[in-house]
Ligand binder design. Structure first.
Ligand code: GAR
Length: 216
């Protein structure tokens, strides 16, 4: 087997997607190893989980700092740990264009909507207010435009009639935990090629058919 790629996960809070990645990477044959968890928030709950797992953690406080200053320290930290791939997992800070360019093709994000719909924050509130029948989540490459990078994989989730934003968030989160490890796996295996905005996944299957919601 080829050497496992060293991956870092960047978090700001709860870290449930981080946990899904860590658990996936524990499986024999997973092509990446979670070598580092970085948080910009010193009290991110996810840090406790990472430490309990014996993963190296780093806190780089972002409050009251310029983006350039923060990103320079982040880049140096990733380099110091020989990180090859970066996964943003509920990392709620905008990165500078220079940092993003440095990690182009090697940095991915999970977003809780079917991009390009519902970018930004308060996604589930927007989804519920909009009346869409389907929502979902997207794993994508990170580019300088927020939530605009080439899409690797998406999961579709029907929006139950009358569901609250929190209820939709819980349904979507379950799917985030499925697709994000899948995206990291493909990236680490070198199976993704990007042509403009389009990602090709070698040897991946696409399901047939359609879902309709609501139904009779
Ligand atoms: C997740 O739903 C993730 O998709 C979202 O924040 C949540 C973090 O949860 N990310 C964004 O909205 C980024 N734009 P987690 O800390 O439990 O993984």
């Amino acid at each position: 087997m080829a050497a496992r790629k060293s991956a870092a996960i960047l978090i700001s809070g709860r870290g449930s997607n981080m946990r899904a990645l860590v658990e996936a990477a524990e499986a024999a044959g997973f092509p990446a190893r979670i070598a580092l968890v970085v948080s910009n928030n010193p009290v991110a709950a996810g840090l406790d989980y990472a430490q309990a797992k014996g993963i190296t953690t780093a806190v780089i406080p972002s409050k009251g700092r310029s983006r350039e200053d923060f990103d320079a320290e982040l880049h140096a930290t990733l380099k110091a740990h020989n990180i090859e791939l970066v996964c943003l997992a509920g990392f709620m800070r905008i990165l500078t264009e220079g940092f993003v360019q440095n990690w182009a093709g090697r940095m991915i994000n999970i977003h809780p909507s079917l991009l390009p719909a519902f970018k930004g924050v308060h996604v589930h509130e927007q989804v519920v207010a909009s009346g869409v029948r389907f929502t979902g989540c997207t794993a994508h490459f990170v580019t300088p435009g927020m939530d605009e990078g080439p899409i690797i994989v998406q999961a579709v989730v029907p929006v139950p009639i009358g569901a609250t934003a929190d209820e939709v968030a819980a349904l979507v989160l379950e799917q985030e935990h499925r697709i994000y490890p899948q995206a990291l796996r493909w990236l680490a295996e070198g199976r993704l090629t990007v042509e403009g905005q389009v990602v090709r996944v070698q040897e991946a299957a696409v399901p047939q058919g359609a879902m309709i919601s609501p139904t009779v």
